[in-house]
Design a protein around this ligand. Structure first.
Ligand code: 6GU
Length: 246
């Protein structure tokens, strides 16, 4: 089944890179279908206004609910008989992880991204649409972007590459970081010496057992150094596995 992705934004041009590279090819191959919509198409005033000052005061502007309501009424009814999963990218959301990407790629066939700008979208939009559709607020990490568009690029790429057929070599999905709980081992190619830097000799030895052992060791060392949080989770998982086997 094709994954359908709709994006509602006030900056449709921001999503242009989805035409490129693997994600563009997935669209041309019919594995992915992306529709980008300009929120201002659902405004009715001369200035195509989408924002206003916050009730209660405070800094910045809030996105008004009416254009969002009309946009989502229309976009979410585009495929009769199918149910969209609404995704709102925002720094206050649940963490977007490989596991979340995998679930969205395999359990859903239609994602509708709501790109907020300014201080956010009027809360009543969430009340209205979470009563009709599954709705997730998702964050890329602990930093603040100006709006959801760049996050949609990242999330769509992470999700689309997990759709069966998008990546030619499914084995490359198994080995990569965050699927086995550890970071990847370092990789090398020709030449064997470059600016006095040598390829680790074990990789040139032809000894497959020794190479596999070296790579496992590198993954552990690298994870301990860069992501001790992941190593702890990995070791806990290993202990559970050992317990289950006894
Ligand atoms: Cl998903 N959106 C915005 N605006 N900022 C973020 C983010 C998302 N994730 C981290 N920072």
């Amino acid at each position: 089944m094709t994954l359908r992705v709709d994006v509602v934004t006030i900056f449709p041009d921001y999503l242009a890179p989805l035409e490129l590279s693997l994600i563009g090819k997935a669209q041309r191959d019919g594995l992915l279908e992306v529709h980008v919509h300009d929120l201002r198409d659902w405004t009715h005033d001369r200035h195509r206004t989408v924002d206003d000052t916050p009730y209660g005061g405070g800094a910045g502007m809030v996105m008004r609910p009416e254009p969002w309501g009309e946009a989502l009424d229309e976009v979410c009814r585009a495929l009769p008989g199918r149910t969209p999963h609404l995704v709102v990218p925002g720094p206050g959301g649940d963490r977007f992880t490989q596991e979340v990407a995998y679930r969205l790629a395999t359990e859903d066939d239609w994602l509708v991204f709501l790109c907020g700008r300014y201080e956010g979208i009027d809360e009543r939009v969430y009340e209205e649409f979470s009563a009709r559709y599954p709705l997730s607020v998702l964050s890329l990490g602990d930093y603040v972007l100006n709006g959801g568009e760049v996050a949609v690029l990242a999330m769509t790429e992470a999700i689309a590459r997990l759709v069966p057929g998008v990546i030619g070599n499914a084995a490359s999905l198994v080995e990569e970081s965050h699927t086995g709980g550890l970071l990847e081992y370092p990789v090398y190619t020709k030449p064997p010496v470059w600016r006095d830097h040598e390829v680790p000799p074990v990789l040139l030895s032809g000894h497959h057992g020794a190479i596999a052992e070296w790579r496992d060791q590198q993954r552990l060392e690298r994870t301990a150094r860069r992501r001790p949080d992941l190593l702890e989770a990995y070791e806990a998982q290993q202990r559970r596995g050992a317990d289950d086997a006894t």
